[in-house]
Ligand binder design. Structure first.
Ligand SMILES: [Zn+2]
Length: 86
C-alpha cells in the first residue's frame, strides 16, 4: 500500500481501499471478503487458476484456504439443491 506522503494515490487505489473498508472484495467489488484473506472466494479461485497456468503448476495443495473454502461452498450449494428437490 502507498504510505508515501509525496506520491499521489490513484483512483484505483482509492476505490480498492473503499471496498476493503466496506468488507468487499477489492478486485470485483461484488462479493464479501473471505475471512482473514485479501479477496473474495471467486477472485481467489480465479487468481489461483490463472497463476497455476502461468507457473505451470502440476500439484494441488488441498489445505490451501481457497481450496478448503471452495469445497465448503460447493457442499453448501449441493445441500441447498437437495433441500429444494424435496
Ligand atoms: Zn472478488
Amino acid at each position: 500500500m502507498n504510505t508515501s506522503p509525496t506520491k499521489p494515490v490513484s483512483r484505483q487505489a482509492v476505490w480498492q481501499r473503499a471496498m476493503r473498508a466496506r468488507g468487499l472484495c477489492p478486485q470485483c467489488g461484488k462479493e464479501p471478503l473471505a475471512p482473514g484473506l485479501s479477496r473474495g472466494l471467486k477472485c481467489l479461485v480465479k487468481n489461483r487458476e490463472r497463476q497455476r497456468v502461468m507457473i505451470g503448476a502440476v500439484r494441488r495443495y488441498g489445505t490451501t484456504p481457497s481450496y478448503v473454502m471452495e469445497k465448503g461452498a460447493k457442499e453448501a450449494r449441493a445441500a441447498r439443491r437437495k433441500g429444494e428437490a424435496r
